[in-house]
Design a protein around this ligand. Structure first.
Ligand code: BGC
Length: 732
């Protein structure tokens, strides 16, 4: 980590915010001309808040967008380092920086109050240039600043670009910057300045529109065929001064872009709307920089020739490491939709939805984390988000429901099911990669959290927090006390394991004992006998089973009750986001993978298959599809397919896939499954077919791994690296 900053924090002159209602200003441009005699390895370190775009000698440095990732800025901000050896010249050089508001100066009035965040201020930057480890230049008041064509940018509103105000040649050494003013030295954001080691956000794909039409009022609508997070790149020509209004949405109403369901929490300004004012010089190609949107449809209002509209897909640039497909197109499509929703909901941090909120909802992230780790190399991103969570933690250990938080979401929107992200995500990262960074770094903070839960407990059970959110019918939702107490239990148990990992045996014993007491309390309070927990809701039964709270002697009865419930409901969903993780897993773990498969693949309302039948390209927020169409919180289903159909699972005793547990579940109606997974040890393949009751299975194990194989006929074998083939009779 860099310690020796030479640079000042600088901002556009006159932009020290002393009032949250201070006017929104155009995006500031900065430039500095300097002579460099030194030659050698050159590196720029930059923290530009909220977002920056960096140029050296006319070229954009790097391909990051929406950088750096959001943090609790008053506690910690991230700087980014670039190797600029090739771009730096001997002689005269020009550095340019443009700053956007991002989350740092989130000025939009909305219900989560980021406009009143304690850290909020006008954009600012700090930049050091080092050549051969010597600082040769730092941002200071000799830098010059001006406004430019980005006349407005709001993360949640959109961006307005007036191309007539472009600063032609501002990056060239002979640009006349006499009209620019000296940058002002300002106070930094106030916390730690640490390196961003996770992958940045990038434009990951460009999708041309697949359909377009013109409305009666002349607006043009473009369908890019896929619900994404990102923005549109437009190619247009027309008269100077013409304003194009570019609206983004994921639904249509009377063939026009409908933003009604996504703008409801925004209390000022546009919702997901960019504006481009033409300069009138031939073909103009433009895309925004400092905002992003969730959308499938783009409408353009304004008189101009539109040559092209493309969807620029933006998300954290972690490599995709998992692939799953099978003979049932519903499931293969569900897998594709889960991947799209995961992408669209990982723009620097895990989010709930890219269009309405962009919030780092903890519950959504926790539920989707295994899907994330099966499909993407997401562990370093999670580790850095854990730091942000610890920065948002109150001294008493309490956590907010969203991270970052402006201060909103501690007493509503949180609770053990949501807060568990802080303990279970490090646990999953450990399971899937063997990485203990977050466990070591956050151990004390996690302890504070469990101690906070203990302070909220009565007789070892807790009832605070959200429960089985987005149930088909909230009147049938299991009591939040059931799910909250169960999370209190698994979190405490995980903490006891972490105590072992970080070498705190006293803590380990203490938290194991606490977990045992919580389990006892859970059963005393919620077990009604005859296999029933609480009111016998699917989620209550699934929760008790999946979270390991059922006493062995009662397990068969609880499983029987759950199976009856699901069958009596014609294998249709009767739960919310928590049940959506527990029930398919509890069924498959207890010999009923076939029923879990029916539940997932059936296409009647309500269920995952119903969404596919409606033409979904992502996962939705609600079973009925009446709210956001791009939420990841029902997305554990992808991890379920890897784990139970392909049968690939990490071994908690030897994590990171050094030892693999392989146990596929062939089910009636499925002829084949193909999965590959690039674990930290190398590629794992599990693919099988079933024909005439004969199960044929191809396996590939990475060079240094071993695996325990459980065949569908019940036979268990230990195998080593390389390719393996198994066959057995199987009657799914
Ligand atoms: C978000 C959810 C979140 C929930 C919790 C919603 O507005 O979109 O995904 O978990 O609130 O309150």
């Amino acid at each position: 980590m860099k310690q020796d900053w030479k640079a000042m924090w600088i901002a556009a002159p006159g932009t020290c915010m002393n009032d949250w209602r201070a006017p929104v200003k155009p995006a500031p441009y900065f430039r500095k001309t300097f002579v460099c005699d030194a030659g050698g390895k050159a590196e720029i370190h930059i923290c530009g808040l909220g977002y920056y775009e960096l140029y050296l000698n006319g070229e954009k440095v790097g391909d990051h967008v929406l950088d750096p990732v959001v943090t609790q800025y008053d506690r910690r901000a991230r700087y980014v380092s670039y190797d600029v050896t090739k771009a730096l010249r001997k002689g005269v050089n020009v550095i340019g920086v443009i700053l956007g508001n991002g989350w740092y100066n989130s000025h939009t009035p909305e219900v989560w109050h980021f406009d009143k965040a304690i850290w909020r201020d006008y954009p600012k930057l700090r930049l050091d240039l080092e050549v051969d480890d010597q600082i040769v230049l730092g941002s200071d008041t000799s830098w010059k600043s001006s406004s430019g064509p980005i006349v407005f940018d709001g993360l949640r509103n959109g961006e307005t670009y007036d191309a007539r105000l472009e600063l032609k040649n501002w990056l060239s050494p002979d640009y006349d910057d006499q009209a620019w003013l000296p940058a002002a030295q300002v106070m930094g954001p106030g916390g730690l300045l640490e390196p961003q080691t996770m992958p940045p956000c990038k434009v990951m794909q460009t999708l041309p529109f697949v359909k377009s039409w013109t409305l009666e009022n002349g607006d043009r609508v473009f369908d890019i065929g896929q619900n994404i997070a990102g923005w549109a790149r437009i190619s247009v020509s027309g008269e100077s001064g013409t304003e194009l209004v570019i609206r983004y949405g994921e639904r249509l109403k009377d063939r026009a872009v409908d933003q009604e369901h996504i703008g409801c929490f925004i209390k000022g300004g546009d919702c997901q709307t960019d504006r481009y004012i033409l300069k009138g010089e031939g073909v103009e190609i433009w895309e925004p920089r400092f905002t992003y949107h969730g959308f499938q449809y783009v409408s353009i209002q304004g008189k101009a020739d539109i040559h092209q509209v493309e969807g620029r897909v933006i998300h954290t640039a972690f490599p995709q490491i998992g692939r799953f497909e099978c003979s049932n197109p519903i499931l293969t499509k569900l897998q594709a939709n889960a991947v799209w929703s995961y992408r669209g909901n990982f723009v620097g941090i895990p989010t709930d939805c890219p269009q309405r909120e962009k919030n780092g909802w903890m519950g959504d992230a926790s539920l989707a984390a295994e899907t994330g780790l099966f499909n993407f190399a997401a562990s370093s991103s999670y580790n850095q988000w854990m730091e942000t969570i610890s920065d948002a933690q109150r001294p008493n250990g309490q956590l907010p429901g969203i991270v970052p938080s402006s201060g909103w979401g501690y007493n509503w929107g949180s609770g053990p099911a949501w807060d568990s992200a802080f303990i279970l995500i490090p646990w999953y990262v450990y399971l899937y990669t063997g990485d203990t960074t977050a466990i070591h770094a956050q151990y004390d903070a996690m302890k504070r959290y469990i101690d906070f839960c203990a302070s909220m407990a009565t007789d070892n059970s807790v009832s605070f927090g959200l429960g089985d959110w987005c149930h088909v019918d909230s009147l049938r939702m299991a009591d939040a006390a059931v799910t909250s107490t169960a999370y209190y239990y698994v979190d405490t148990l995980a903490l006891a394991k972490f105590a072992g990992i970080v070498g705190r045996p006293d803590d380990q014993a203490r938290y194991e004992a606490l977990a045992a007491s919580i389990k006892q309390a859970f059963n005393k309070k919620f077990y009604q006998g005859n296999g029933i927990y609480a009111k016998g809701e699917m989620t209550a039964l699934g929760c008790a089973l999946y979270q390991g709270l059922v006493e062995d002697s009662q397990k068969a009865q609880v499983v029987a009750r759950l199976v009856e419930k699901v069958e009596a409901n014609a294998a249709k969903v009767d739960f919310g986001i928590l049940g959506a993780k527990y029930i398919p897993r509890a069924l498959a773990d207890n010999g009923h993978a076939a029923l879990a498969y029916r539940l997932i693949s059936q296409t009647d309302f309500p269920g995952w298959g119903y969404w596919i039948k409606q033409g979904a390209t992502t996962l939705w927020e609600a079973w009925a599809g009446d709210s956001s169409l791009n939420h990841i919180m029902f997305g554990d289903i992808s991890a379920w397919m890897y784990q139970y159909l392909a049968g690939i699972a990490p071994d908690p005793e030897i994590p990171g896939f050094k030892h693999i547990l392989l146990a596929p579940h062939p089910v009636p109606g499925l002829d084949w499954v193909k999965a590959q997974y690039d674990s930290p040890q190398g590629r794992i393949i599990s693919s099988w077919t079933v024909k005439d009751n004969q199960f044929c299975w191809e396996i590939e194990i990475p060079p240094k791994s071993t695996a325990t194989v459980l065949k569908p006929d019940g036979q268990r074998t230990e195998i080593g690296p390389g390719a393996h083939h198994f066959e057995c009779a199987c009657n799914p």
